[in-house]
Design a protein. Structure first.
Length: 189
């Protein structure tokens, strides 16, 4: 599923981590304060074979070798607005889609500040809390259950730019387990 029995990162995990980083980098070029963005992942070989302009768009030239397991993320347009869980519940991918990813901006509190809120008051409390942090979360999954997550912390208003600072980027397979589950559910038959 991602980490082999010997603890080593599998090829699929490495590739998915790379795709999540590519998506985060792509989304970051438009700055902050964006709507959620959804990406479908297709086999690059099939994409190039079915779309004459795809090779050029991907920077490929005739004779370039494409790895058999190479995937290309394709941004989905015109997503419904509103609750992400409801949006994802409406999505069902055809077999040609091998994975998907979602980028969204979130607000969270450090663990020491995240206590004592009722469910009704939590959203307001988080938005008004002085220790809140804003971030961009990218979660990517493959049909086989392999998952990758990246969290880019938004630079603080009073601090240096820091948009490219590595210490502001957290990675892992379980940063957002509920979102991983919701994305995997889009592949349920």
């Amino acid at each position: 599923m991602g980490i082999g029995n010997d603890g080593e990162v599998t090829s699929a995990q490495w590739q998915l981590d790379s795709l999540a980083a590519e998506i985060e980098n792509h989304v970051s070029t438009a700055g902050w304060d964006q709507v959620p963005r959804l990406f479908a992942m297709v086999a690059t070989r099939e994409l190039v074979a079915s779309d004459a302009g795809a090779a050029t768009s991907l920077g490929l030239t005739e004779g370039d070798e494409i790895a058999p397991d190479a995937l290309t993320p394709i941004e989905q347009e015109d997503l419904p607005t509103g609750d992400i869980e409801q949006m994802l519940a409406q999505i069902g991918w055809p077999e040609s889609i091998l994975g998907c990813a979602l980028s969204q901006e979130i607000v969270f509190l450090p663990p020491e500040a995240d206590a004592g809120f009722s469910d009704d008051a939590i959203a307001t409390a988080v938005l008004e809390h002085p220790q809140r942090r804003e971030a961009r979360l990218v979660v990517a999954v493959l049909r086989d259950g392999t998952a990758s997550s990246m969290l880019r912390l938004r630079p603080s208003a009073g601090g240096a730019d820091g948009a490219d600072a590595e210490e502001d980027l957290l990675t892992g397979q379980t940063l957002a387990p509920n979102l991983v589950e919701a994305l995997l559910a889009t592949f349920a038959e």
